[in-house]
Design a protein around this ligand. Sequence first.
Ligand code: FAD
Length: 607
Amino acid sequence: EIRKDPVNPSHATFNLFVQAQTCKDVKHHFAALCRQLDINPKDFSCFYVTLKERLNYWKAKALWTKLDKRAAHPDYKQGKACIKNKCLVLGAGPCGLRTAIELSLLGAQVVVLEKRESFSRNNVLHLWPFTICDLCGLGAKKFYGRFCTGSLDHICIRQLQLVLLKVSLLLGVEVHTGVEFQGLIEPTGDNGWMAKLQPGSHPAATFQFDVFISAGGGRFVPDGFKHKELRGKLAIGITTNFINRHTAAEAQVAEISGVARIYNQKFFQELLTETDIDLENIVYYKDDTHYFVMTAKKKSLLKKGVIKQDYSNAEELLAPANVDHEALYRYAHDAAYFSTGGKLPDLQFAQNHAGQPDVAMFDFTCMQRAEHASLVRERRGKKLLMCLVGDCLVEPFWPLGTGVARGFLASFDTAWMVRSWGMGVPHLNVLAERESIYQLLSQTTPENTSKNYAGYSIDPKTRYKRVNLSSIQTNQVRTVILYLLNRDLNPSQLLPIVQALKLLKWCQKHTLGYENVNVEDFTQSWRSGLALCALIHHFKPQLIDMSSMDVSSVVHNNQLAFSILEKELGIPPVMSASDLANSGQIDKLSMVLYLTQVQSAFTMPAK
Ligand code: FAD
């Protein structure tokens, strides 16, 4: 069959939309398509169906087949599961957009806000097999022909955003760029929850919603959430992109998918000897650009003049005034040149959003992780479900390439949560289930998640091999809500205080009489580690020898208690032994959650 070029103008516009390579062009061609087909993109609930009816174009059909298949999944209940919900998504990064797609498939009205006007990140994301399968299922190859061809398992951030933006728009998601979210506005009068935006006169400022998804990227912490800082040893990451001219010579150069130092000492030694560049690891992906990400040692950065002065504090060390950009460019260039055996001809930097060589240095010494993935706020009888996804939930270490894979898992988990919310499941149960699932996220790997990628859905059971949807109980979450939202107390929420007090009494009762133990609170009293050891000894004397304990070996005591509780009772530690040893670092909420688990483990009736 010979296909003719489209004569219908909407067909041509659809082609332009599918091929568009900038955020602006995508939006422009989409608006033109809506005008030509006389469809109002605000009619979100019937948008996709009307579009399919009116755009009777063979090239679009293959895409409809894919999207229809996804939409037909029973989880979405024919797009009716969340028909009454209105969701505001903050951030059009990969995770914000991926979540928006799921929420619209569930039937919710979805508005996405993005402060940037353009998608400009060249950097490349590693994709786990399930994310490739997921994106193919959304038609990624139709929008971006080179998507994961052959054995490629990566995509640049900009392309991923473009694919997801296009799918979002086709499914009726409203995406606004160039608008900054500045905070939530509490309900007043008849109004529900709204957002304070910049510019304030933006039409989305009148949108009232009952679900707020924060996908604002690393370090973005919406009000009410707490982040935990995981401080590791100093880690300085450098990313750089070179122009890919797609020549045969470039095509032949092999990618480097993670040469960890321990595996290839010889390579790093040669690099050091020949160039004075000292790296922990390096990754090279051939994508729209030649992309490199590496972790560099401070000493070599100082020696090569990239960092001007040595400071012990990473922030001061990497402050713009302390970095010589020309030296950084040389460092990145030489590392890239050496690691590809000098085979990439004419390495020229690609440009970043500011028109400068795309080389950047980042500090990964402290990684943020949200303590909770979700919470519920209530004002004037109007409830708001707040959820974190993507980097603002768990910040990834880029050289490991976990960002988008764990990001998508959390997007699906969040959609599953919004589904329960929309279906009227009591909010404590909704939160408890979400927190139970969140506990698994940081441990996920391609190996320990299900290999049946085609079977992945928003239902966590299809993805996580071992998931206990109720490892966190509603009474624990109740305490969470209470502690986080003490401004919102109403009589029905007083119960958690009582429960926390009961927990304290229980701890006091079972640690009574132990030397150097005096439980009075959920912080200080636990510092020496002896109170935890005493609790263990009270219930399982055979597991611990109290007479050998030394009140001053604080870290050791805590370590011992944590490892016994983890090994014997399966309770993962909530903080590091040294955090607990440092009373300023003890988080009351985490301690309450931890002790609640200890209490249930010890008081569970024997089977
Ligand atoms: P992001 O992709 O960070 O998206 C968040 C979005 O929210 C952004 O578009 C931001 O503009 C928007 N936003 C933030 N605040 C507001 C607000 N108040 N109002 C409106 N919009 C807002 N990962 C790698 O694996 N390798 C890399 O080399 C790499 N390089 C990166 C370079 C940069 C500059 C950044 C920011 C991230 C990089 N990442 C990298 C991380 C990777 O991009 C993320 O893991 C992945 O994109 C998933 O992130 P996300 O969707 O949660 O957030």
